[in-house]
Design a protein around this ligand. Structure first.
Ligand code: ADP
Length: 404
C-alpha cells in the first residue's frame, strides 16, 4: 500500500477506536445517572428535605449499603452519595437494623475523612424507614465522653482523698473518748485532731476552688489588679509556714505592674506556688518571688532551691491529685490540687504557667499574665479640671530584694 493510503487507514482505525471509547464512557455515565435517578425515585418523599435540614451527620442507605442521600455534614465521615459505606462497622449496624426491622443504637469509633487523627467516638442510630432503606444518624460524642470521664475521675479521686482525713478524725475522736481519764493523752490526741481537721478544711477549700474554676468559663468580678498587692498577700499568707520551715522568702523585681482579673483567684494561685516552694525546700534555704515585664506580659516567678521535680513528672504535676513525691506531699499536708488550681486560674486570666526544674537543684514556676494599663488612681479634681495622673506603669520602679 502507498503511504497516503496507509495514513488514511490509520486515521480511520483511530477514529473508530476513539469513537468507541467515547461511546463507552458516555454509556457508563448515563447508566450511573439512570441508577442515581432510579434510587432517588426509591427514596420516600421528604427524606432528602429532612436530611438537608439536619445538623448531625445522617444518611439513607439501601440493601447494598450504598448511600442514597445524606446531610451536608455527613461528608466528614467519608460518606459519599452513590458509593458503598466504607466503614465495616457502619455497614454492620445498617444491616442489623434492616435484618431485624427495628432501630439499632451503638457507639462506634470512626475516622473523620482521611485525617490521621484519633478516631472519634460516634453514637450511631440506625432506623429502617422502608423494607429496603435504613436511615443512619451519627452524633460525635467524643468531647461529651471526655468531660464525663473527667467528672467521674474527679468524683472518684475526691472521695478517695476525703476518706483518709475523715477516717483519721473519726479514729482520733474515739481515742480521745477512751483516754478521757488521762489529760496528757487527751491533749495529744486533741492537737492531732485539730491538725487533721485543718487538713480536711484545706482539702475541701481546694476542691471547692477547683470546681468553681472548672465550672464556668467567665471570671465573675473582673477589675484592675495590682501585682504588688497580689504578691504581698500571697507571701504574707504563708509567712508562718515559711518561719516554721526556716525558709526565707525574698521579693524582688519590678513594681507597679497591673493586670485585669479577680484578685482573690490570682492571690490563691500565687500563694499555692509560694506554699509549694516552702514545702519542698530544705530548712535554711531561700525562696524568691520575682516580678518582671516581658513585652506586654507580666511574669511572676517563684524560685526555690528545693528537691526539684524529675523531668518525667513535670508535665503531670498540673493534673488534679498528681503528686510527684507522694510521701513528702502527704507529710507536708499536700492535696495534689494546688498546681491544678494554679493552671486553671492563670488560664482563666488568659495567661499560662511555665515550669523549669532539676531534681536536687530546685524549681522555678512562672505565672505569665497579659499586662494591663495602670488604673487612674487619683480622683479627678473638679475645680482645676485636671485629670488624675496615671500610675507609673510605663516606668515601673525596680525593687531590690526585700525579705519578707
Ligand atoms: P501538693 O499539694 O501535693 O503540693 P500540688 O498540685 O501543689 O500538690 O503539686 C503537685 C506535685 O508537684 C507535688 O506533690 C510535688 O510532688 C510537686 N511539686 C510542686 N511544687 C514543687 C516544688 N516547688 N518543688 C518540688 N516539687 C514540687
Amino acid at each position: 500500500m502507498e503511504p497516503p493510503q496507509l495514513s488514511l487507514l490509520a486515521l480511520l482505525v483511530g477514529l473508530l477506536l476513539g469513537g468507541g471509547i467515547v461511546g463507552l464512557v458516555v454509556g457508563a455515565l448515563r447508566a450511573r445517572d439512570r441508577s442515581l435517578a432510579q434510587t432517588a425515585v426509591d427514596l420516600p418523599e421528604g427524606v432528602e428535605a429532612m436530611l438537608g435540614a439536619m445538623d448531625d451527620p445522617a444518611f439513607v442507605c439501601d440493601m447494598s449499603s450504598t448511600v442514597l442521600a445524606l446531610s451536608s455534614t455527613a461528608g466528614v465521615f467519608g460518606l459519599v452519595a452513590g458509593e458503598v459505606i466504607a466503614s465495616d462497622e457502619l455497614r454492620r449496624v445498617a444491616r442489623a437494623a434492616r435484618d431485624t426491622g427495628a432501630s439499632v443504637s451503638e457507639n462506634l469509633r470512626l475516622r473523620r475523612g482521611a485525617a490521621p487523627a484519633e478516631p472519634r467516638l460516634v453514637a450511631v442510630r440506625a432506623t429502617p424507614i422502608s423494607p429496603r432503606l435504613v436511615l443512619l444518624v451519627l452524633r460525635d460524642i467524643t468531647e461529651r465522653e471526655r468531660v464525663e470521664e473527667m467528672r467521674r475521675d474527679f468524683v472518684a479521686n475526691t472521695s478517695h482523698e476525703l476518706k483518709t482525713p475523715v477516717g483519721a478524725v473519726s479514729l482520733l475522736a474515739e481515742a480521745i473518748e477512751s483516754a478521757a481519764e488521762d489529760p496528757e493523752q487527751v491533749r495529744y490526741f486533741s492537737s492531732r485532731l485539730q491538725a487533721e481537721v485543718t487538713r480536711l478544711a484545706g482539702l475541701v477549700n481546694r476542691i471547692l476552688s477547683l470546681s468553681r474554676l472548672q465550672a464556668s468559663d467567665e471570671l465573675r468580678d473582673v477589675r484592675d489588679v495590682s501585682i504588688d498587692e497580689v504578691v504581698t498577700s500571697a507571701v504574707e499568707a504563708y509567712a508562718i509556714a515559711a518561719d516554721s520551715a526556716q525558709v526565707t522568702v525574698v521579693r524582688g523585681g519590678t513594681k507597679g505592674l497591673w493586670v485585669r482579673g479577680e484578685p482573690q483567684i490570682l492571690t490563691e494561685a500565687l500563694g499555692n506556688l509560694v506554699a509549694n516552694a516552702i514545702a519542698y525546700s530544705p530548712g535554711g534555704s531561700k525562696v524568691g518571688v520575682g516580678v518582671k515585664l516581658d513585652g506586654t506580659v507580666v511574669e511572676i516567678a517563684v524560685t526555690d532551691r528545693g528537691i526539684g521535680i524529675p523531668e518525667a513528672d513535670q508535665h503531670r504535676v498540673f493534673e488534679r491529685f498528681y503528686r510527684a513525691d507522694q510521701a513528702r506531699s502527704r507529710r507536708t499536708g499536700g492535696t495534689g490540687l494546688g498546681l491544678s488550681i494554679v493552671k486553671h486560674a492563670v488560664q482563666r486570666h488568659g495567661g499560662e504557667v511555665r515550669l523549669w526544674s532539676r531534681p536536687d537543684r530546685g524549681s522555678t514556676f512562672t505565672i505569665r499574665l497579659p499586662m494591663s494599663e495602670a488604673p487612674d488612681l487619683e480622683q479627678p479634681r473638679p475645680k482645676s479640671g485636671r485629670k488624675g495622673r496615671k500610675a507609673a506603669a510605663a516606668r515601673p520602679a525596680p525593687m531590690n530584694g526585700d525579705t519578707v
